[in-house]
Design a protein around this ligand. Structure first.
Ligand SMILES: [Zn+2]
Length: 257
């Protein structure tokens, strides 16, 4: 396809900016790219919205090599999203990131679209995950009379729910059973003033629902500690406890009998 004058001039601009950036980096440190080429060991994984006003590096003051990044519309953590899961597993198990940031932003078009009842096409299915957040928090959501405040709160509730989704992946659940698991953070970026706000949600989210989402190893380890503290004998390691499904079936059988 022949490039239009507009598209070639816009690409010239991009390439010109790139060369200017390379020159500046080399002027500050002639070995800059040589060092970066050796490999990456980023401390952070950033999961944010694709919105062009929320550039991961710029708003966090991080440079190349410091932050692994995944972005999608409305910063969702969906348990069947292979793209997200692959990024998460690589970041946690190979790069061993220390902090995972789920970053939403006020004024998010995806969140606003989910809160409206307009049909937009394929994306409606993606945005249904945010409608689920409304359903889970409906009482609080409907109590807010001001539309703008309602959307701002939905942005926050969406971040909290996505941190919860993150915490309940088997990748994070397994990491929690190892030394130095990554810390999870929920943040909201305000495009009106450029400030990031920490919602301070990690501890609550990791501790709630672990009887449902926690991996069996963690559950058994905790029960063993409780048994020791209560002075009870530890269960024999050769007799594994039935998992949730098996336990439910046993209870069902007992109920029918
Ligand atoms: Zn957004």
């Amino acid at each position: 396809m022949k490039a239009t004058p507009d598209s070639s001039s816009s690409m010239e601009e991009i390439l010109k900016n790139n060369r200017k950036w390379v020159d500046e980096k080399k002027a500050a440190d002639p070995e800059y790219f040589h060092k970066l080429a050796k490999g990456q060991k980023p401390r952070y994984l950033f999961i944010g919205c694709s919105d062009s006003r929320v550039p991961a590096s710029a708003i966090t003051g991080t440079g190349p090599g410091e932050m692994f990044v995944h972005r999608n519309i409305a910063n969702l953590v969906v348990h069947s999203d292979m793209n997200l899961l692959a990024v998460l597993q690589y970041a946690v198990e190979v790069l061993e990131v220390k902090d995972i940031l789920v970053v939403g932003h006020y004024g998010c078009g995806g969140v606003a679209a989910a809160a409206s009842n307009k049909q937009l096409g394929l994306i409606d299915n993606w945005l249904t995950h945010i409608k689920d957040v409304v359903r889970l928090n409906e009482t609080e959501f409907l109590r807010i009379a001001d539309k703008e405040q309602q959307l701002r709160r939905l942005v926050e509730l969406n971040v909290i729910e996505q941190v919860r989704n993150l915490a309940t992946t088997n990748i994070i659940q397994n990491a929690l059973g190892r030394p130095n698991p990554p810390r999870l953070h929920g943040l909201v970026y305000d495009i009106h003033d450029g400030l990031l706000h920490d919602l301070n949600v990690e501890t609550d989210i990791i501790n709630e629902f672990k009887h449902i989402y926690g991996v069996e190893a963690i559950e058994l380890a905790e029960e063993a500690v409780e048994d020791i503290q209560a002075g009870k004998q530890q269960p024999a390691p050769t007799e594994p406890k039935p998992n949730g499904k098996a336990r439910k079936e046993e209870e069902e059988q007992a109920r029918k009998a």
